[in-house]
Design a protein around this ligand. Structure first.
Ligand SMILES: [Zn+2]
Length: 254
């Protein structure tokens, strides 16, 4: 909807520019600048899922919500599960279909421990934001089929890889009953090397917003090391930790 408004406004401005300035010397400069600005807005909307420009993505919890992307990982997912068990925290794992296919026992474990399995596409391709609608839908449906084949549940929640969306996601979500889940705090744990820094920036984010949806990756050692420290602090200062489904009140499975 927002995208339609932006698109409409830009068309109006474009027509105005054409009508008013077509005979001035820098007409082409104006037209190029117009397309550059429009391109920049579309790119920003694609990259920052929180802007909700193309699709609406849930990004608010009822307490702090833990989500983990890109697994299951043979080494780190079991360790993350063990930590969550110790602190009695339920999280949501946005798994990559092709990884779930490789490690079905881990997917079962995530489910058996009471966590929710979400769909993070089958391929997690770098080009997924540019996929045509049909291909995009096939990719997510393939992952959903794999998840269903292993745990017998049809995942409703999806998370676009890289948080990059496009008008094709809008079309896909109109056709399929997926619920897009964003985040309000991106930990950048895939780039972070320092455990203390990951802990402190996560705690600072939670201090600002105690209903944040936190994005981590269960594929990173730094996350395995930081997680117990974060949970220890949250338990000791009494911060409420909520499950995603309870927060957004949308069932995780069909
Ligand atoms: Zn990812």
């Amino acid at each position: 909807m927002k995208f339609k408004i932006v698109f409409f406004l830009f068309n109006i401005i474009g027509i105005y520019l054409c009508v008013s300035y077509w005979n001035v010397p820098n007409f082409w400069f104006l037209i190029i600048a117009y397309f550059l600005v429009f391109g920049a807005i579309v790119s920003l909307g694609s990259y920052f899922i929180g802007l909700n420009l193309f699709i609406h993505s849930e990004k608010k919890g009822e307490g702090v919500v833990f989500t983990f992307d890109d697994g299951p990982h043979p080494e780190f997912t079991p360790q993350i599960l063990e930590i969550l068990r110790k602190y009695n925290v339920k999280a949501t794992f946005f798994v990559i279909g092709k990884e779930a296919k490789k490690h079905p026992e881990l997917l079962k474990l995530i489910d058996e421990e009471g966590h929710v399995v979400g769909n993070h596409s089958y391929s997690h391709s770098n080009f997924i934001p540019f996929f045509r609608t049909k291909k995009l839908q096939r990719d997510f449906e393939k992952a959903r089929g794999i998840i269903d084949g292993i745990i017998g549940k049809k995942a409703n929640y999806i998370r676009p890889p890289f948080g990059a969306t496009s008008p094709r996601y809008t079309k896909m979500l109109r056709r399929v009953n997926f619920v897009s889940i964003g985040w309000s705090f991106r930990s950048y744990d895939t780039k972070e090397k320092d455990v203390a820094s990951l802990v402190s920036k996560t705690m600072a984010a939670i201090e600002k917003d105690n209903k944040a949806i936190l994005l981590f990756h269960d594929t990173m050692e730094v996350t395995v090391k930081a997680l117990p420290k974060i949970l220890e602090k949250l338990k000791s200062n009494g911060t409420e930790i909520a499950s995603l489904s309870a927060s957004i009140k949308i069932l995780p499975y069909e």
